[in-house]
Design a binder for this molecule. Sequence first.
Ligand code: ZN
Length: 293
Amino acid sequence: MDEIVRAIAGEGFIKIASISSRGLTQRASEIHRLSPVAAAALGRTMAATSIIGNTLKEKDASVTVRINGGGPIGSVIAVSDPYGNVRGYVQNSKVDLPLKDNGKLDVGGAVGTNGMLTVIKDIGLKEPHVGSTALVSGEIAEDFTAFFAESEQSPAACALGVLIDVDHSIIAAGGYIIQLLPGAPEELIDSLEKSIIKTGPVTSTLKDHSAEDLIVKVLDGFNPIILEHSPVEYRCYCSREKVIEAISSIDKKELEELKAEGKPVEVSCQFCDRVYSIFPEEIETDKDGEGYA
Ligand code: ZN
């Protein structure tokens, strides 16, 4: 079962959230028929987005993460609700690159480094809160680490991973985000860095262990206190109404042609495998012809 676990440690100076997200990464991979490197990029992004979403307090809040580094994958998009239920897609789901020299999937090569990681938090105010940082490596975890360091102005560590089998099924996925509160002693930071290195890739823990076990392992010796477990899943909020609204900006002439044909239009959701069959009569174009905002 996919879940987020939150804990504090190190006399309250360390905040950590970990996620085990094999199921939701598998779901995304099946919906979008992702290549292994696309599954790794989207899986890592969804894991971090889910953790960020899970911190939102407002009931209808959402967080959208957009990563575009100019690489062959195009944009990587993930959206989370305030519980951490997440959905996402990549522009080019078939992107395929040779493995790196160390035998790992070349996520950085697929994403590219010529661009930004943007986090858009919508908590129901007039304007959403938008923050962005330049990509560091396109490997996603390092990029989120830079984002947290810049936006929260305190040291952070983010580790993310997706382990994929030869048949493209997802063996393990997830990671953690650690944030250090202001005033954390230097020696605490030093020993935490050592512990992070000792823990190694997150998927080597997550393939046989839980998100809580990952916290216990990376914070060994820091007396972690587990605060909360939240179950999460791949969840899309699309609806017939939303799809009709989205296509209502269609060109009038095009709509007349569709009406003349009398056949329904098949519209598939970007995030899930749902296909909506919409009759042209259901589409209301704007009467004044000025388009929708
Ligand atoms: Zn959907």
